[in-house]
Design a protein around this ligand. Structure first.
Ligand SMILES: CSCCC(=O)C(=O)COP(=O)(O)O
Ligand SMILES: [Zn+2]
Length: 221
């Protein structure tokens, strides 16, 4: 087992930051009910993640759980459970240099993720030309293939798909969609992950407004 260590001051500071971002995303309508989860990679091989089932509009620093960054295993199991989707965050930390991960059920990205035809395999959303692609930090900002993963009922199965896909696609955008579910983005910190999320939510809105996105039957138009 890899060694983990915890810096209490860092935990408090980052817990407050997660709460601030969470409340702001909730206010935008991107975390309805208790939907969505956020995490930040800390020093010492750990990450702080939102607790499962919490009202994301009411988050405080105490509503976070410390987990191993590479597996999502809770460091000191207590009253709160880590997000049910923690293994997806861990898959991203294990296979990229991400410092923060945001998952939301924002309306336009989720609508696009509902139009994939539900194949029981990984597909992708091709995006071309849109100026907002420049906000994703891509080597080639003229096009992107955002992976769309099946929404398996067992979250670790989604995480396994993510962990298998990301190392094979080093130039892929820092984002993924889950069919019928939502969107996840990452960056070196929460602000960068949030900015990338804003770009993709806006891109998905444009795809739907212009009819350039996937058709309701799941075929790309
Ligand atoms: C009420 S939304 C269903 C669960 C979900 O998709 C989500 O994003 C929130 O799960 P968590 O365990 O992080 O609260
Ligand atoms: Zn979700």
């Amino acid at each position: 087992m890899t060694h983990t260590s915890v810096d209490d001051g860092e935990c408090v500071r980052v817990g407050r930051e997660i709460a601030v971002f969470s409340r702001a995303l909730y206010e935008r309508g991107w975390m309805p009910g208790t939907a969505g989860n956020l995490s930040v990679r800390l020093s010492g091989g750990v990450a702080l993640v939102t607790a499962s089932g919490r009202d994301k509009g009411d988050m405080t620093a105490q509503d976070t759980v410390l987990v191993r960054a590479d597996t999502g295993e809770e460091v000191a199991p207590g009253r709160l459970r880590a997000s049910a989707e923690t293994t997806i965050h861990s898959a991203i930390y294990r296979t990229t240099d991400a410092g923060a991960v945001i998952h939301v059920h924002s309306p336009y990205a989720t609508a696009v993720a509902c139009r994939t035809g539900r194949p029981a395999r990984l597909t992708s959303l091709r995006i071309e030309r849109l100026e907002l692609l420049k906000g994703l930090g891509l080597a080639d900002p003229t096009r992107a293939e955002v992976p769309v993963f099946p929404n398996w009922p067992e979250v670790p199965r989604i995480a396994a798909d993510v962990a298998a896909h990301l190392p094979a696609t080093p130039h892929a955008p820092p984002a993924l969609l889950i069919t019928d579910h939502g969107i996840t983005t990452w960056g070196h910190d929460l602000a960068q992950a949030r900015n990338r999320l804003e770009c993709l939510e806006s891109i998905c809105q444009l795809l739907l407004l212009t009819g350039a996105g996937p058709s309701p039957e799941g075929k790309e138009s």
